[in-house]
Design a protein around this ligand. Structure first.
Ligand code: FNR
Length: 379
């Protein structure tokens, strides 16, 4: 089903067929500022590279003669059966990548039956996204603001607009040291990009003397002072979990004890993630963290994974190590940059096609068959 479309998609031949090609084309499409913002990481980008190299120590052990003619990529998380394990990660300010911004991503995700996580700092408001892309499951990512009333307001708006989960990001209590952006003197927020959810929020607007339309600079400064919170604590997280009926997911943790605390505090799931290496330079890779987290004992919630997924083999390895779902990050942003909604759809079809082949050729008919025994640890 997946390959036929790709092999016969002659009209798509002008578009890339591999993630590296999408990446190359995105690089030549975007302004230097936008490219560096998308591609960059913290410090010397050690963690960005480590996220990739961690996959190399695990090898798949293919098994044969198992009749792999019927395969399914079905996965289960947040209490629902899914067609595939993939989810689109929250990536902020998509207007710097493509004119359609998050609308393109939300529509592509809906078309491919994958949940779409809208960033707090999206270029388009959460309500507008639902209006323009009513199909498909959406989750709202939340940077815990310093102002608890803003948090409550965002959660209420998300519930009302039909978002099905709140994804609280733990790893961004401050913005990481990103040298490319510092060299370019570029931060999209300082140019008024990515502030739609704040500028449309009644609680945020009450903090301003004049509305953003009248004094943009002051509004941007106010945003900078409240959008993240170095005081954020487990007590605050508990409070968020008890504020809402919809599932809360904690994203951006890598320590086993933090995972346990998250579940104890009321999280339904966690995303093992280091924000694609954009926050703590030198941090443990996300895959190594996943291995540590799932190594022993039962966990009282679901484990999702991101930071480093580029190929089907990576997804099989992460699932074998205990992930129920995989967030796709930069790769879909490359495809968005190159060809908007159509680009993301084509890229996601390629992901599913590769995944389906990689599974079948490894002797896997159902992702549930994957476990540590499916892998060989090289070092
Ligand atoms: C991100 N990420 C992110 N995460 C989040 O919780 N809120 C956000 O607004 C953003 N914004 C954002 C912008 C850009 C340009 C990137 C590249 C990433 C992190 C994202 O959700 C995910 O964790 C990483 O992208 C995963 O790493 P890889 O797979 O992209 O390397």
């Amino acid at each position: 089903k997946y390959q036929t479309k790709i092999f016969t998609g002659v009209e798509n031949r002008k578009l890339p067929q591999s993630v590296d090609e999408w990446r190359g084309m995105a690089r030549s499409t975007l302004t230097k500022d936008a490219w560096d913002y998308l591609e960059g990481g913290a410090g010397e980008e050690d963690t960005v590279h480590e996220n990739r190299s961690a996959f190399k120590k695990w090898r798949i052990r293919p098994r044969y003669l198992r009749d792999v003619s019927k395969r399914t990529m079905e996965a289960e998380f947040l209490g629902q059966n899914r067609e595939s394990p993939f989810i689109l990660a929250p990536i902020g300010v998509q207007s710097i990548l493509h004119k359609d911004g998050e609308i393109a991503s939300a529509r592509a995700a809906a078309k491919m039956n994958m949940p779409f996580i809208l960033s707090t700092v999206s270029s388009i408001t959460m309500e507008e996204i639902v209006k323009k892309s009513p199909e498909g499951e959406k989750w709202l990512q939340l940077y815990p603001s310093k102002d608890k009333n803003i948090i409550r307001s965002f959660i209420k708006r998300a519930e009302k607009a039909g978002y099905r989960a709140i994804v609280v990001t733990a790893d961004t209590t401050m913005l990481g040291w990103r040298e490319r952006d510092l060299n370019n003197a570029y931060l999209p927020f300082l140019r008024g990009e990515g502030l739609a959810n704040f500028f449309s929020d009644p609680v945020f607007r009450r903090r301003l003397e004049k509305p953003p339309e009248e004094d943009l600079i002051k509004a941007i400064m106010e945003f900078i002072s409240v959008y993240v919170n170095p005081f954020f604590s487990w007590e605050d997280f508990k409070e968020i979990c008890s504020t809402t009926e919809i599932p809360v997911i904690l994203k951006g943790i890598t320590h086993r004890e933090d995972v346990e605390l998250a579940f104890k505090s009321g999280a339904r799931a966690v995303v093992i993630s280091n924000h694609g290496g954009r926050q703590v330079d030198g941090a443990i890779s996300s895959l190594d963290a996943l291995e540590e987290v799932t190594e022993s004992g039962d966990l009282k919630g679901e484990i999702l994974f991101d930071s480093g997924f580029r190929h089907a083999a990576d997804a099989l390895k992460a699932i074998a190590l205990g992930a129920s779902g995989i967030l796709i990050g930069r790769p879909y942003a490359y495809a968005l940059s190159v060809a908007g909604q159509e680009g993301i759809e084509l890229y996601l079809e390629q992901v599913l096609a590769e995944m389906d082949l990689e599974m079948g050729l490894s002797g896997i008919k159902n992702l549930k068959e994957l476990n540590r025994e499916s892998l060989y640890r090289k070092y």
